[in-house]
Design a protein around this ligand. Structure first.
Ligand code: HEM
Length: 465
């Protein structure tokens, strides 16, 4: 009894300040988040209190982790200890059955089905071919020099088409255009005030989701009918989910999840590509090396009369290093929020039930004791460094590790390949904004010139022969 009544030295909260009543340290956090160095909020507290500290942000007492092992432990714990935590407006919009919110066996089932499909050879060859054609079509319409194109918009358009094809099976056309328009309405409310009355932002977003859901349910019904008549076929994620025999995946759950699945993908992949192009514009040496690698493989392939396949893209080692370095430096998802559903102890720190934990990857990715000159874009550093450590987690980790991570890499590689082999370009001045989401302030305007070598975008004309 004597032993139990003694305060347990390992059960102490991390050091830190909870700030003002109600507001906590939210204003300081947001001020830093809007600046070019969002991690300055963490840096200051890290110096004072250590890599794991307590704070109070967005209405909740929160333990902020800039410690890779601590974060790893949290992300690898299951729903008995931690569950995802999103701002209220976001959870309203996603609904109760969203993959981003559900826990336990159903989350593992949906995650497994989606992840499995994204790894299948069918998806790989199909999505590579689809993306090729969308990229070519878009690039063929680009104006030369006089008028800049906005990389962020162009990539958004292409990535959305690819996503809708992979998830739902729709070719570009009226339905895709409809979904894109409604999806824009939908995400506009993700960071809004949690008030659902008619006329509010959140209300309009929910209406847009309803309209998307209507179309998706119709598509699901058509697919179910097709399967009944001709037997099951699997071409997209909806096909995978309606093929699940458990009976748990209702039309409602599937259609909602198709929309929620677009949230982590729709914005982050275009931003990844746009940031890569920004960093390459500022680093001619890396651009040159990337061009060389891509021109070489393009020539090899065209001698054989073949297009590049998924595996060809993934084995372009310098291109992959450019993408890895962009993920490290860009921190498209800076961190992940979890909520403790019971008292938990991690690495000697006590986390009370109901508190949030913010695993902040950005501080790890920019830590100078882990990465030399961390603010410098240096794809070469990955030649020796392994990626599979808890010091590199752009796609999260554990149970909810992003199932789209290879797809994101593929899409970035395809765009970069076609971009650098077909064009020279000059990027206009622009800057990275980090809050509420990472993006380029002006959308990265770029003036392009078509290369004068033979390429698929510029077939030989009579004058050439
Ligand atoms: C550069 C691009 C991307 C980045 C940086 C990224 C990042 C992440 C991160 C950090 C998570 C973990 C969230 C958590 O633990 O709560 C996640 C989850 C997820 N991502 Fe991605 N993602 C990207 C692209 C994609 C793509 C292309 C897809 C495919 C459509 C996708 C689908 C998902 C899904 C479904 C989850 C939730 C998994 C679950 O909770 O079980 N992501 N992503």
């Amino acid at each position: 009894a004597l032993h139990r009544s003694r305060p347990n030295p390992t059960r102490s909260l991390p050091r830190g300040s909870l700030g003002w009543p109600l507001l906590g340290e939210t204003l300081e956090f947001i001020a830093a988040a809007y600046s070019p160095r969002p991690e300055s909020f963490m840096d200051r507290r890290r110096l004072l209190h250590g890599k794991v500290f307590k704070s109070h942000i967005f209405g909740s007492p929160t333990i902020v982790s800039t410690d890779a092992d601590f974060s790893r432990f949290v992300l690898h714990s299951d729903a008995r200890s931690f569950v995802p935590s999103y701002p209220k407006s976001l959870s309203e919009l996603m609904g109760k059955s969203s993959i981003l919110l559900i826990n336990g066996p159903l989350q593992r089932r949906v995650h497994g089905l989606i992840g499995g499909f994204f790894k299948s050879s069918l998806l790989k060859s199909q999505i590579t071919a689809d993306m090729h054609s969308y990229v070519r079509r878009s690039m063929a319409s680009w104006p030369e020099s006089a008028q800049p194109i906005l990389i962020q918009e162009q990539t958004k358009h292409i990535v959305f088409q690819t996503l809708v094809k992979g998830l739902i099976g729709l070719q570009p056309g009226d339905d895709t255009t409809f979904l894109k328009r409604e999806f824009q309405q939908f995400i506009a409310g993700l960071m809004s005030l949690p008030v659902k009355l008619p006329g509010t932002r959140l209300y309009r977003s929910l209406q847009a989701k309803k309209r998307m859901s209507g179309l998706l349910k119709k598509i699901i019904q058509e697919k179910r009918n097709r399967n009944r008549m001709f037997g099951p076929t699997v071409n997209d994620v909806i096909d995978v989910l309606i093929g699940d025999a458990s009976g748990q995946l209702t039309d409602e759950l599937i259609s909602d999840n198709m929309i929620d699945l677009m949230i982590p993908a729709e914005d982050s992949v275009p931003v990844l590509i746009t940031l890569a192009i920004k960093y390459l514009s500022d680093c001619p040496l890396a651009l040159h090396k990337l061009e060389e690698e891509n021109i070489r493989v393009k020539e090899n392939k065209s001698i054989k009369g073949e297009d590049l396949q998924w595996d060809d893209y993934m084995s372009l080692s310098f291109t992959q290093d450019v993408i890895t370095e962009t993920l490290r430096l860009g921190n498209i998802i800076g961190g992940i929020m979890r909520k403790a559903v019971r008292d938990v102890e991690v690495k000697g720190h006590f986390i009370p039930k109901g508190w949030c934990v913010f695993t902040y990857f950005r501080s790890v990715h920019l830590d100078e004791s882990i990465y030399d000159e961390p603010l410098c874009f240096n794809p070469w550093r990955w030649k020796e460094k392994g990626m599979s450590t808890s010091n590199f987690t752009p796609f999260g980790g554990g149970q909810r590790l992003c199932p789209g991570l290879d797809l994101a890499r593929l899409e970035a590689s395809i765009f970069l390949h076609h971009f650098v082999t077909n064009f020279t370009w000059v990027a206009e001045e622009d800057q990275v904004v980090n809050f509420p989401t990472v993006r380029m302030k002006r959308g990265l305007p770029v003036r392009v010139t078509r290369k004068k070598v033979a390429c698929e975008l510029q077939p030989y004309t009579r004058a050439d022969t």
